[in-house]
Design a binder for this molecule. Structure first.
Ligand SMILES: [Ca+2]
Length: 374
């Protein structure tokens, strides 16, 4: 891979945090909160989908304007139930929750199985995993109980459009799941990409050898692979800024017992929710990496990221062996010795994104525990 410019921001980051805290104390409640709209798949009750959503909901710096749920880790209807129950139990039920995309635009369980017959088995397929398979309309019994609140009577794509149109240039779209809902919204109203403040997402994989659907090929990352055509639509739209938390950085974190024990010391509703459903010693699936939590906390505090890089990033939608794999290229071409690098000329559907490679893991855990203990 290419040479990376290492940005050491640990000391600078600490200074920025101190100034931010001081600034907040001086300005009191007058500081405008950053507006964010969450799009998430929603396995429950206390995995990466819920904990990352909670991190955003718990932050005093954010105004969460809405949540839409998309199929992915679990089917849509199950995910909406899980999300509603979570916001109800943690004191966030005023935030509107809307059902979004139920089925990928093209991809399907059947297509995925046909692909596996040709090219090899996936370790992880979300709602299509044989061990957790049920029909999309089935909502199985839930350890956290059933919600007493209902979703808003609007499709998630429409709620997303309405939210961005109501607050032009102010809304960060934060995506922690497949892009189906975002793609539907972009096809209904292409103007929302340029009207959003930015796109922040967990997805894609580059060089990691422990992530992705195979656990050996990190370029086929689950969120993007579930709906490759939606990913192509979303990643080709003219966002002002795109920030990607890829699998490569996810595998540097673990939701381990030490973090869980620190959270368990708090009596807050959120801490007690987590401790009830993900107590210390309960383990966790897929390495217990904090995939989506990094995307949430780095959005809250970008100084947690110690190394990142700008790349053109998109996805392979050819229905062959590379279907659903991340594709990427550097923005500049290597120049002959002594000459300045030249910008690479790319087709219009390629966008430059900031890709996170490394983080200050201890500060990340500290921030996570603090948010969950509020
Ligand atoms: Ca997710």
């Amino acid at each position: 891979m290419i040479m990376l410019r290492r940005r050491e921001v640990r000391v600078v980051g600490a200074t920025v945090v101190a100034i931010t805290v001081l600034g907040a104390a001086v300005s009191g409640q007058t500081a405008a909160k950053r507006k964010v709209f969450i799009d998430q798949d929603a396995a429950g009750p206390a995995g990466t989908d819920m904990l990352s959503t909670l991190a955003l909901l718990q932050s005093p710096e954010l105004d969460v304007l809405g949540i839409t749920v998309t199929s992915g880790d679990v089917w849509l209807k199950e995910g909406v139930r899980n999300m509603l129950r979570m916001v109800e139990l943690t004191g966030h039920k005023a935030v509107p929750v809307a059902p979004g995309g139920e089925f990928p635009l093209i991809n399907s369980r059947e297509l995925a199985e046909a692909w596996e017959e040709q090219f090899g088995e996936f370790v992880y397929k979300g709602a299509w995993n044989p061990a957790r398979w049920h029909e999309p309309n089935v909502v199985p019994p839930y350890v956290a109980g059933e919600p007493t609140i209902a979703p808003v009577a609007t499709h998630g794509a429409n709620l997303l459009i309405q939210t961005i149109r109501k607050h032009p240039n102010e809304v960060t779209l934060w995506v922690g799941g497949p892009f189906t809902t975002v793609a539907l919204a972009l096809r209904l109203d292409p103007g929302i990409a340029a009207l959003a403040k930015e796109l922040v997402l967990m997805g894609a994989g580059f060089n990691v050898d422990r992530g992705g659907n195979h656990r050996i090929n990190g370029r086929r990352e689950f969120n993007w692979w579930w709906d490759p055509e939606a990913t192509r639509i979303a990643m080709s739209a003219p966002w002002k800024k795109i920030t990607i938390t890829p699998v490569d950085i996810s595998v540097k974190t673990t939701l381990g017992d030490e973090v869980k024990e620190r959270i368990a010391r708090s009596t807050s509703a959120t801490a007690q929710y987590i401790t009830k459903f993900a107590p210390p010693g309960s383990g966790g699936g897929g390495g217990n990496y904090m995939w989506d939590e990094i995307a949430a906390l780095a959005f809250l505090d970008p100084t947690l990221i110690t190394r990142q890089q700008e790349l053109y990033v998109n996805i392979d939608v050819d229905h062959g062996p590379g279907y659903g794999q991340t594709i990427f290229v550097e923005p500049e071409m290597e120049a002959p010795r002594g000459q300045a690098p030249q910008p690479r000329q790319m087709p219009s559907w390629w966008r430059v994104a900031t890709v996170q490679w490394d983080l200050d893991v201890n500060r990340f855990y500290d921030s996570f525990v603090a948010l969950m203990s509020r």
